[in-house]
Design a protein around this ligand. Structure first.
Ligand code: GDP
Ligand code: K
Ligand code: MG
Length: 293
């Protein structure tokens, strides 16, 4: 049997379940998941290896109209995901009716590469609604193959996976067969911390935050990590730290638990908070954090 390999890029509106799906495919929590839009800021590669195939899934930020430089770079990740795909996964959730970016939507409809349209979250709706939506999307994106799924409950995900293998092009592997992602270990540390911040702080706080891991030192028994939580203003620093440091402590404890599972090793995690004015609008800063590259 010939070897198959290719890029399968997942795009769609915020919160439809893209990261949940990618993690279900990969079987690891590579992408952080919360109920908030803009949880995913980067394009994250998840690699699934078999004896005669290698699938390179890309999770991307949800499609939005950029309001500042950070969001503009997030949309560049989405555009790039469009350009190198062998198979496109366009994900919608059961309640929605259109993509927020019309240009991109037209690109999907006129796409020459195969499009799998996944209607997600069908666990939330009635049989009648599911049938209506199926009909709706058939007419709206006639070039797509449609699947009804629940990424959360792993319903029908395997059928999508098998179909991907069928239509994947013949090609040698792009990455070593034991590799799971293209991102360095520090990236997953930053993301684990950011996930807890998204979960525990209100309003604009999560969007004003970036995490930078300054030290990642692994010995046989333990990984020592020091990370900085960057905020834009002094007041935000106070909120992150909380009364007697309790809020920051909770972030540290929960992130450490996740990281111990992820790396399967004991973790020592030190967290600092620093004010770094307007990092979201500063191109040079954004490059440092892995955007615009
Ligand atoms: P993304 O922004 O598209 O990456 O979406 P996420 O994967 O972060 O998921 C957004 C929210 O939808 C989270 O609260 C998920 O738990 C939830 N979610 C994802 N898939 C499903 C699903 O199949 N059914 C239900 N009920 N919720 C889901
Ligand atoms: K989300
Ligand atoms: Mg996401």
């Amino acid at each position: 049997m010939k070897h198959k390999a290719g890029f399968v890029n997942i795009i769609g509106n915020p919160n439809v379940g893209k990261s949940t799906l990618m993690n279900a495919f990969v079987g690891e929590r590579l992408s952080i998941i919360t109920s908030k839009a803009q949880t995913t800021r980067h394009r994250i590669l998840g690699i699934v290896n078999g004896d005669d195939f290698q699938i390179l899934f890309s999770d991307t930020p949800g499609i939005i109209k950029p309001a500042y430089e950070l969001q503009a770079s997030m949309m560049d990740f989405v555009k790039s995901a469009f350009e190198d795909a062998d198979i496109l996964i366009y994900m919608v959730e059961i309640g929605e009716t259109t993509l927020k970016d019309e240009k991109l939507f037209n690109k999907i409809k006129s796409s020459k590469i195969p499009v799998l349209l996944l209607i997600n979250k069908i666990d939330k709706s009635s049989q009648k609604e599911v049938e209506e939506k199926l009909q709706y999307w058939k007419e709206k994106v006639p070039n797509a193959e449609i699947f009804l799924i629940s990424a959360l409950e792993n319903f029908n995900v395997e059928n999508v996976f098998n179909r991907i293998i069928e239509i994947l092009p013949e090609s040698p592997a792009f990455y070593p067969k034991d590799q799971l992602t293209d991102k360095p270990e520090r990236f997953f540390v930053n993301e684990a911390i950011r996930e807890k911040i998204l979960m525990h702080y209100k309003k604009e706080i999560p969007y004003a935050v970036e995490v930078d891991t300054e030290e990642f030192f692994e010995t046989e028994k333990i990984i020592k990590i020091r990370s900085v939580i960057m905020v834009e203003r002094e007041t935000q620093k106070g909120i992150i730290i909380g009364h007697k440091g309790a809020a920051l402590k909770r972030v540290g404890v929960e992130a450490r638990k996740d990281l111990q599972k992820f790396f399967d090793k004991k973790i020592h995690l030190e967290l600092y908070v620093k004010v770094n004015k307007n990092w979201r609008s500063n191109k040079r800063q954004l490059r440092r954090f892995g955007y615009n590259d």
